[in-house]
Design a protein around this ligand. Structure first.
Ligand SMILES: NC(=O)c1ccc[n+]([C@@H]2O[C@H](COP(=O)([O-])OP(=O)(O)OC[C@H]3O[C@@H](n4cnc5c(N)ncnc54)[C@H](OP(=O)(O)O)[C@@H]3O)[C@@H](O)[C@H]2O)c1
Length: 337
């Protein structure tokens, strides 16, 4: 039988707060013994760590969670299995999700966990059936899409963006993506059925945007903020809806930049609405979303796109790479072989 308390826990700590772009030197790998559990705590063996653009924003200051500071185990949403329990709510063998951190084993209070029933492969619960897919699903629900509308999505080849694009296609919309490479643009059109994609790194981005959406944009699903958000404001239709999902262009620096031109003037004259949301707000409706997403996967209307990296020690480079646009689809780190 496994003697848990003799196991070594490998943990990645934030060593220093990044002053500018995140580097591997901001992290440090340490080993420790696993502590004994207190009442209402469980010991979880981490299986998959979700690599999220937001991980970097958590180092900038307070967001919807507390700031990650030097000396903290790096925070990160993850899927794991209970291997020891002093909780009446969780037993050994249960799958759980939560902020388990960048480590092999996590001791967590029962109130901070969500029990997960695995309906398909474990990795699918990190991608389309996980936070990623549900963010796309609930974000688009707020947009109240109508058939035939033009939907623009930034970070379209990323985790949330690619699912949002596929859902908007299912709903009969014209879907245009924004991404940072021609290879990703081709993949979105050829493999995932986007109607068009523009590369924001091209000099003529604004011209390309106008050319690809001559009818202008009804819904903008914004994952990036910054200069792209500003350009899109000018290309919106009257009564357009902007879904503010995230602002990845503002994360990998000391602090976010000043806001864009056109606010609030264009919001008034074009009668735009901006809606921000956090996926956890929809916890009570998550089963409905999972059921629908699973149905779309089964019917081949959504193709899951996953980018799986092996090994805890590769977690820092996985996040740095994601911020630099390395990933196609949902990036995650697998810890258990
Ligand atoms: N509201 C919520 O509840 C919620 C939940 C989950 C995620 N989010 C947000 O959703 C967004 C996507 O997150 P994710 O974790 O799924 O990451 P992701 O889209 O898988 O990866 C981030 C992508 O952003 C693009 N990017 C990086 N820097 C950029 C820049 N300066 N300008 C434009 N694009 C840039 C890169 O692709 P390119 O090659 O295209 O540059 C990169 O692959 C983030 O803003 C995140 O905070 C929100």
């Amino acid at each position: 039988m496994l003697d848990i308390n003799s196991q070594i826990n490998k943990q990645i700590y934030l060593k220093s707060s990044p002053k500018d772009k995140l580097t591997k030197e901001n992290f440090e790998l340490k080993e420790s013994k696993i502590n004994h559990l207190d009442n209402n705590q469980v010991l979880v063996e981490v299986i998959y760590i979700s690599i999220d653009a937001a991980n970097r924003a958590w180092m900038q200051g307070r967001t919807y969670r507390s700031q990650i500071l030097p000396g903290d185990v790096m925070g990160g949403y993850a899927l794991g299995k209970v291997i020891d329990s002093k909780s009446n709510k969780y037993k050994v063998g249960d799958y759980v999700e939560g902020d388990l951190g960048w480590q092999n084993y996590s001791i967590v209070n029962e109130a901070e966990l969500i029990k997960t029933s695995i309906k398909s492969s474990e990795n699918l619960h990190m991608s389309v059936l996980g936070i990623t897919g549900k963010t796309a699903y609930f974000g688009l629900e707020l947009a109240e899409l109508k058939k035939g509308e033009t939907v623009l999505i930034s970070a379209a080849a990323g985790a949330v963006g690619n699912v949002a694009g596929q859902i908007a296609k299912i709903q009969g919309c014209k879907v245009i993506g924004i991404t940072g490479s021609d290879d990703k643009a081709k993949w979105l059109i050829d493999e995932l059925g986007f109607d068009g994609v523009i590369n924001y790194k091209n000099d003529n981005f604004v011209k390309d945007l106008r050319a690809i959406c001559p009818e202008k944009i009804d819904v903008y699903f914004d994952n990036v903020g910054g200069p792209i958000f500003e350009s899109v404001l000018f290309a919106m239709n009257n009564f357009g809806r902007i879904i503010c999902c995230g602002a990845v262009s503002q994360y990998d620096q000391a602090a976010p930049q000043n806001g864009p031109r056109g606010v609030p003037g264009l919001i008034v004259t074009k009668r735009l609405s901006l809606k921000g949301f956090i996926v956890m707000d929809f916890e009570d409706k998550k089963h409905e979303a999972e059921k629908q997403l699973m149905e779309w996967i089964d019917n081949k209307q959504i193709k899951p796109a996953e980018d799986i990296i092996i090994g805890l020690e590769n977690t820092p480079s996985a996040l740095i790479g994601l911020l630099n646009g390395e990933n196609k689809g949902k990036r995650m780190v697998k810890l258990i072989k």
